[in-house]
Design a protein around this ligand. Structure first.
Ligand code: PEP
Ligand code: MN
Length: 259
């Protein structure tokens, strides 16, 4: 594990933007290690990867479970990057917590109040994603289930909401970034990958997020996106990631900030 003081200075430094990147799902040792090593040299701060995946259909890849968590832990040992992974239910809270540095609660569990209350008792930073049918006020209320259980190391993430527009997978609510800043002290991440749904829209949404004042990005990156076992149409390649990151740093600089 990464020491909590080191982790907190990375996650809660309000001058610095956080780059969290990695595959949608951990699929194999090679896929994860190649991605982790690439991201380390490309300047990312945190490695993401789903082990328990909240898939829309039960007939699709559900993640490697504990084996995926073990691979994430090995990737941290090799690269020094802290790792984040989603916890889907209370039953797996201790298991996931024993392997990761940061817990992620996904869009579909954004208002799973029993999970939020239990997660609030864990001594780990938590990324709480906004549900795609959840207002900003509801997200902030949900966050109080975590903080009132004693955990204030919270980061909120805008990942797109469902609107009448269907030309992208979800609609990135860029407005949520300044609104959440106005109403809370939590850092706000933008996940450009899930609203985009298509690789070609990930970069512009990421740049819009940074321009709106996001405190970081969470981007899905895969060494062979077309053959990914989940979210194959939206993950960016290593080259695409490099271009996106370069431009995001340029936008941050305009705002007097840096990654
Ligand atoms: C994810 O980030 O792995 C994910 C499933 O995203 P969301 O919960 O926002 O759909
Ligand atoms: Mn995904």
């Amino acid at each position: 594990m990464i020491a909590s003081a080191t982790l907190d200075s990375l996650l809660f430094d309000n001058k610095r933007l956080l780059m969290i990147a990695g595959p949608c799902a951990v699929e194999s040792e090679k896929q994860l290690m190649d991605t982790a090593q690439f991201l380390k040299q490309a300047g990312a701060h945190v490695l993401r990867g789903g082990a328990f995946k909240p898939r829309t259909s039960p007939r699709t890849f559900q993640g490697l479970g504990e084996e995926g968590l073990k691979l994430l832990s090995r990737a941290r040992d090799k690269t020094g990057l802290p790792v984040v992974s989603e916890v889907m239910d209370i039953e797996h809270l201790n298991l996931v917590s024993s392997y990761v540095d940061i817990l992620q609660i996904g869009s579909r569990n954004s208002q799973n109040f029993s999970l939020l209350k239990e997660a609030g008792k864990v001594d780990k930073p938590i990324i709480l994603k906004r549900g795609f049918g959840v207002t900003v006020s509801e997200l902030l209320s949900a966050s109080e289930y975590i903080t009132s259980a004693g955990n204030n190391r919270l980061i909120l993430a805008e990942r797109g909401i469902r609107t009448f527009e269907n030309s992208t997978r979800f609609t990135l609510d860029v407005s949520a970034v300044p609104v959440i800043h106005d109403r809370s002290d939590f850092p706000v991440l933008v996940d450009p990958s899930h609203p985009a749904g298509m690789t070609k829209y990930v970069e512009p949404l990421a740049l819009a997020g940074v321009a709106a004042g996001a405190d970081g990005l969470m981007v899905e990156v895969h060494p062979d996106a077309r053959n990914a076992l989940s979210d194959s149409s939206q993950q960016v390649s290593f080259d695409e990631y490099t271009r996106l990151y370069e431009k995001a740093r340029g936008i941050a600089a305009v705002l007097g900030r840096h990654f």
